[in-house]
Write a protein of this length. Structure first.
Ligand code: UD1
Ligand code: CA
Length: 452
């Protein structure tokens, strides 16, 4: 089959510089959801009709399998499909999808294709409030006669609740002739794709309908209210899936997954968490409230307290993180590591059982096992031009408020006294202190206020 995705419209009602089909749903452009579903059907030809935001749309959507058809003026959905004609193979049926109807399911499309094996088939849905949609008009025997657009409909037709979702499958060989016959003498002065239905009926081509599996999967996005509503719909569907797969969610209405979230058994996620990109949570992982995890792997048994922000990090089993911890790209933590409040780790490895429990910056560092990093420790990794590495070997103890001016190495089992500014390597097993000696002056007197 051929698939044509119509995505040339401007989306005026989005009030945005971004073309409508590039607005994000669950972290992904609307039209990418459509393309993903389209590819599951393994079409022979996959054609995108684009227009508004031309290059922006093209460069945002990768894929060698995509054919591009430019519709430089938006003269209607029929005119849009006509632009795709040269790319279609005549021998196969053509399925028309909309770039702004992102949640259409593979199951509904397969049902539609089944119905449209011969002739033409329309995916329809019964709506309590059909306003705005094209209505499916049937003859007295129940056969489809035509589709009437809302703006061209009389009051009888407006009362019809079965509507056109816009998604149809058509006999490609007939399209050239039918599309050439379309007229734009209607309320909107557009070439309507929907008028092909009456042409098919007149030509004696059978017209079938298939019902969409759910109402929300055929909902389009025309403004940001609808976008937000679909986002909630999609998120609640994902939350339901997680719950049924055994994840415990404190509140299924307060989780957002913008990418893929894979998980083991007995995972718990508290309220307000956002998952982006690819996130993997091992068995028994617990995530506290209001955490943001992006491209993160947490091994089994990790516990993350509230308000953590992790991006591009991996964490070994049974580690304890947060509250208020930040892991940045390249943070690789071993098992049973503790990273506490206001600790930032970037492009660093931290070995098993090491701890940085309070207020520290660890950047471009290699930290061994069982290392203790005191509060206020900073790796001074940046000289204004270059980044340098800090190495801290196993069992070292870094006293509070130390600065490690990289490149520098702290040897195995070394101790740094509190407040050390380390500019040379600290030898193994020894105590290194750089602070000035402590003095006490017994003959010193505190200034006194003047007597009045
Ligand atoms: C269309 C259908 C209507 C259906 C509704 C479902 C027609 C005439 N009407 O109406 O029966 O109930 O969808 O949502 O088909 N587009 C182009 N080029 C154009 C015009 C539109 O690519 O010149 C694309 C848009 O980007 C969009 C899709 O086609 O993805 C639908 O266009 P839109 O203007 O939203 O159609 P509706 O008026 O909603
Ligand atoms: Ca629309």
């Amino acid at each position: 089959m051929n698939i044509v995705v119509l995505a040339a419209g401007q989306g005026k009602r989005m009030y945005s510089a971004l073309p409508k089909v590039l607005h994000l749903l669950a972290g992904k452009p609307l039209v990418s959801h459509v393309l993903e579903t389209a590819r599951q059907l393994q079409p022979e030809k996959l054609v995108m009709v684009y227009g508004h935001g031309g290059e922006q749309v093209r460069s945002a959507l990768a894929g060698d399998d995509l054919h591009w058809a430019l519709q430089s003026e938006q003269l209607g959905t029929g005119h849009a499909l006509a632009q795709a004609l040269p790319a279609l193979s005549d021998a196969a049926q053509t399925l028309v999808l909309y770039g702004d109807v992102p949640l259409i399911s593979e199951a509904s499309l397969r049902r539609l294709l089944q119905a449209g094996q011969e002739g033409l088939a329309i995916l329809t849905v019964e709506l309590a409030d059909p306003a705005g949609y094209g209505r499916i008009v049937r003859d007295p025997t129940g056969r489809v006669a035509c589709i009437v657009e809302e703006k061209d409909a009389g009051s009888d037709e407006k009362a019809i609740r079965e509507v056109n979702t816009g998604i149809m499958v058509l006999p490609t060989a007939r399209l050239r002739e039918w599309l050439a016959a379309l007229k734009n003498d209607n309320a909107q002065g557009e070439y309507y794709l929907t008028d092909l239905v009456a042409l098919a009926v007149a030509a004696g081509v059978p017209v079938h309908t298939a019902a969409a599996a759910t109402e929300w999967e055929v909902l389009g996005v025309n403004n940001k209210l609808q976008l937000a509503q679909l986002e909630r719909q999609y998120q609640s569907m994902l939350a339901e899936r997680l719950l049924l797969a055994g994840v415990r969610l404190a509140d299924p209405a307060r989780i957002d997954v913008r990418g893929s979230l894979t998980h083991g058994r007995d995972v718990f996620i508290d309220v307000g968490c956002v998952f982006e990109g690819e996130v993997e949570l091992g068995d028994g992982v617990e995530i506290g409230p209001y955490c943001v995890l992006r491209n993160v792997r947490l091994a089994a048994g990790c516990r993350v307290a509230a308000y953590c922000h992790f991006d591009g990090a991996t964490v070994g089993a049974e580690s304890i993180l947060g509250p208020y911890a930040r892991l940045r790209p390249g943070a690789e933590l071993g098992p049973e590591v503790h990273v506490g409040n206001f600790v930032e780790v970037k492009k660093s490895t931290i070995g098993a059982q090491s701890k940085a429990n309070h207020l520290a910056y660890i950047g471009d560092a290699e930290i061994g096992q069982r290392v203790n990093i005191g509060a206020g420790t900073i790796t001074c990794n940046y000289d204004g031009v270059n980044k340098h590495k800090t190495i801290i070997e196993d069992d070292a103890f870094i006293g509070s408020d130390s600065q490690l001016v990289a490149p520098v190495t702290v040897g195995r089992g070394a101790t740094l006294g509190a407040g050390t500014t380390l500019t040379k390597n600290a030898p193994a097993e020894a105590l290194t202190v750089s602070r000035a000696k402590q003095l006490s002056l017994s003959n010193w007197e505190r200034p006194k206020p003047k007597q009045k």
